[in-house]
Design a protein around this ligand. Sequence first.
Ligand code: ATP
Ligand code: MG
Length: 658
Amino acid sequence: MATETPGQETQETLSNLLSETRRFEPPADLASAANVTADAYEEAAQDRLAFWERAAERLTWAERWNTTLEWKPPFSKWFVDGKLNVAYNCVDRHVEAGRGDKVAYHWEGEPEGDTRTITYADLQKEVAKAANALEELGVRKGDRVAVYMPMIPELPIALLACARIGAIHSVVFGGFSASALKSRIDDADAKIVITADGGYRRGAPSALKPTVDEAVADCPGVEHVLVVRRTGQDVPVNERDVWWHDLVERQPSEHEPVPHDAEDPLYILYTSGTTGKPKGILHTTGGYLTQVAWTHHAVFDLKPETDIYWCTADIGWVTGHSYIVYGPLANGATSVIYEGTPDTPHRGRFWEIVQKYQVTILYTAPTAIRTFMKWGDDIPAKYDMSSLRVLGSVGEPINPEAYVWYREHIGANRCPVVDTWWQTETGGIMISPLPGVTAAKPGAAMRPLPGVVADVVDDQGESVPNGGGGFLVVREPWPAMLRTIWGDDQRYIDTYWSRFEGMYFPGDGAKRDEDGDLWLLGRVDDVMLVSGHNISTTEVESALVSHPKVAEAAVVGATDPVTGQAIVSFVILRGGAEESEDIASELRAHVAKTLGPIAKPRQILVVPELPKTRSGKIMRRLLRDVAENRSLGDVTTLTDSSVMNLIAEKLPSAKSDD
Ligand code: ATP
Ligand code: MG
């Protein structure tokens, strides 16, 4: 991205415009009792592999490894020759340690009053039965199992049952279409599909089984479809269908967990497809479980005896795999799982759940936080959330203003906020504050975790100095790293390891501030080139969100005859803020003042909604089409494609101000 403009010096790779002076020290009581202290950075810096070995020792191994890391770039093996069973680590060992009565999951269905409490002893029985059932269906170690389910307890049970027998699960988010499901079933060559008749979404049963039927109609490799009855909807039953309650319920509630190799595959998870053809990201067992368990313990300061932990993600995304299922269970945590949407039956539902279960640790996404800001401060204010002590964020850069709102209105200015950067490919958290150590800055992911060697580099792969911006890279292998793209080593090499020699390139831009702390700046594909300056979408969006009338913003670069690209902004106003004549000039002036005149948007459009992927991320590609008056690209991964019509209607008023 470092561009040579004729007549100019080579300039910075990515502009560093936003300056933020707020700092939040860790609360003293949290710091004094923290699971992980500043020493961890020191220890990992001295001997990174020894550090990860100690993290691996938190697990129970059937056989210890011989070699910690075998690195034949870009292919890694961790804990070579080590053997363990992931399900045993997540379930049985807690029961054996006398903690069988401890609650693993407080499950909250979307219909109010529809709840289930599952202890570790319950989970052990359920997982054993499901493992026996899969074996009866002919599923063997190494077979692929596609999972297309609502957020019900049978979902983590199904994953653990696969892990127990060494089958490889491939979860497809329950909002995806039949063709998306089919292409993922085909790519992984899945032998069975586990699903449900439906789940509850926005107050009504929403069917899943018909989508599976449509997807598998043309998948001869699928031998059975195992169906949980959740909603009781009338669903067609075919020859290859098996009801969960018929098959699983009659199984013995014991199952011997055989040890698997540390490098045996655990799962495939397809990335959401924001950036093209989905990639089947492959994760294995030993290194993955080591890192998700350690990071969950460190980043959330999880105290299994006293904390009630709630991650609001869907298990269909990596966040749910690592931080609803594997990390929390490996640590013996008590978690909340919620089936439905935050506005059903009312907009206070999340806070009602926090109050009901006395949640102490909450992990959610910036998109949700900005929605809550839009709905208004008075909603969370109605609930008692004094149990909370740590707040987390993941999925997109968190705008400083959203961070501060989260801290204040959800965390009562008492709870540290950890902004965690990672991706499907990294398997676990990579860059994040530690809640008992870091004086966090709103909007910054701060530092690579101990044992993670991340850096920001320029076009040539050289580290940028403090105050500079560029490409985020990871310089050394880490235990939970993807091992390859399923069936496509070459694409793995090309996608992640070809941009910079010997470094992993995640595709994100970042800057390192004057103190050496890291700020994520969005995907490099979204970076805008305005009059020779590379400007990140994140910084301009954050400047817009820092205006009191703005709840959410998306910006894109649109071709401009004068400046190369010009900044076009789409904004959603906060609850109560009126769309007025001069809002555009007010916001443009605000951005110019916050970031400098170079970042001043050419256009501002007030819109009712923004196009989002099914995991809640802004789809800037479509907004670019709108801004450049092109016909829209593929809208099938949008949550709600009618959003684009609402935005297009706004266009006539989208004239440039000057
Ligand atoms: P696809 O790769 O198919 O386009 P995706 O990248 O949205 O989908 P994920 O792996 O779930 O799928 O998301 C990881 C990406 O999300 C990161 O590469 C980064 O762009 C963004 N991200 C996640 N957490 C953060 C964070 N804390 N700060 C900034 N960006 C984040
Ligand atoms: Mg990605």
